[in-house]
Ligand binder design. Structure first.
Ligand code: PLP
Ligand code: TYF
Length: 398
């Protein structure tokens, strides 16, 4: 029977990583996948995570299944990290949080849960959004709509267009918003814009569905969660998908969470029960290791401080590379202005190149960026910067 299956297009981002690996050019630069790399082009195990791993291994006595929603301590620490320690919805016991196997599974669980609550729900995605949002959500059968988000002329959020389109999102709809460090465009909402969207949700009844995969990479751990905290304080319902892949460097361990803010504490156990029932239809119990490391770091003040400084240092390195790239290209006399890269947040920005220019970067310079011209700034370092600036300033002349 399997001969009936057609071959589908593989994930283009992961395909590009593999293509770059095969390239023998010693000057090659991989700016494709969004993973943090240090100055020596390496994705390290963070020091706080390494230390947590040592402590955890010493104290681990069993590999018996853990609770389906994750350990109580993990959930408590995650809630505090995302929502802040004294958030009113937490105090009121109006947040149902479960462990998820990475941000991807969290998004899929959320969509399945939403479909159970409202089979006619629509999810509004930003245009553009992370390419995986579509398969992760639409594979549950949920309807997808788009709202305009990025203005490629001004390199910022086209907020008026966003709001006028979202006037059409009503009760029962969900609006997926990137908490910070928008993937792929790096243009984030201001606090004022979060407040305006909150008023729109209050007026029209849509539910914010916030995806946070880069907490700490934009402005700070607290600032990057501003929208989640504000909306959860002023709206009855909010869905939050969270990933620890980037800010704990736990990519392959698949650690994340799903939180649903509900309007009444009485609904919390039911929503939790439904979320776990969705998980039961897929994997029942989540893996322990990655979540245990997050729990260990967040439960020990010394590890927590160490982790905070590491996240800050990662962010500062990315910010420094943003400036160095924009200034480095300008210093070559390039007549295209790339200073917008300095105003954006997180790992990603669009260079604003045509597909032909993106292709030339690859074929002539072995610089790998995805077709939309999204770069992963975390792949830039002082060693490859001069070559990258030259390559970009040459291809934009085409
Ligand atoms: N959401 C966004 C916007 C992302 O960029 C990513 C990337 O990894 C994820 C979710 C998924 O995270 P994870 O790798 O933990 O599945
Ligand atoms: O957008 C990115 O590059 C990251 C990592 O299937 C990623 O979010 C890429 C592809 C994928 C899962 C994660």
């Amino acid at each position: 029977m399997f001969e009936t299956l057609p071959t589908l297009v593989p994930d283009p981002i992961l395909g590009l990583v593999a293509e770059c690996k095969r390239d023998n050019n010693p000057n090659k630069i991989d700016l494709s996948v969004g993973v943090y790399k240090d100055e020596s082009n390496h994705t390290p195990v963070m020091a706080a995570v390494r230390e947590a791993q040592i402590r955890y291994l010493e104290s681990e006595t069993s590999k018996v299944y853990q609770p389906p929603g994750g350990t109580e301590n993990f959930i408590g620490k995650v809630n505090e990290l995302i929502f802040g320690e004294s958030h009113p919805a937490l105090k009121d016991n109006r947040i149902a949080t479960v462990q998820a196997t990475g941000g991807c599974a969290s998004l899929h669980l959320a969509a399945k849960l939403i479909m159970r609550a409202n089979p006619d729900a629509k999810v509004w995605l930003s245009d553009p959004s992370w390419p995986n949002h579509f398969p992760l959500l639409s594979s549950t059968g949920i309807n997808i709509e788009l709202y305009p988000y990025y203005d490629s002329e001004s390199h910022s959020v086209s907020f008026d267009k966003m709001v006028s389109t979202l006037e059409n999102a009503g009760a029962g709809d969900l609006v997926l918003i990137h908490a910070s460090c928008h993937n792929p465009c790096g243009a984030d909402l201001t606090k004022e814009q979060w407040r305006i969207l909150t008023e729109l949700a209050q007026k029209n009844g849509f539910v914010p569905f916030i995806d946070m995969a880069y907490q700490g990479f934009g402005l700070s751990l607290d600032d990057d969660a501003y929208g989640i905290r504000y909306m959860s304080e002023h709206l009855p319902e909010v869905v939050v998908c969270n990933s620890f892949s980037k800010n704990f460097g736990l990519y392959r361990e698949r650690a994340g969470s799903l939180s649903v803010v509900v309007s009444d504490a009485q609904q919390t156990p039911t929503v939790m029960n439904q979320a776990l029932n969705v998980a039961r239809g897929i994997y029942s119990m989540p893996p322990a290791h990655g979540a245990a490391l997050v729990e260990t770091v967040l439960s020990n003040p010394d590890l927590r401080d160490m982790w905070h400084s590491e996240v800050n240092a990662m962010r500062e390195r990315i910010v420094a590379m943003r400036s160095a790239l924009a200034d480095g290209i300008a210093a070559l006399g390039c007549d295209r202005d790339f200073s917008f890269i300095k105003q954006q947040f997180g790992m990603f920005s669009f260079l604003g190149l045509t597909e032909t220019q993106v292709d030339r970067l690859k074929t002539d310079y072995s610089v790998y960026i995805i077709k939309s011209s999204r770069i992963s700034v975390a792949g830039i370092n002082p060693g490859n910067l001069p070559y990258l600036c030259r390559a970009v300033s040459e291809v934009v002349k085409l």
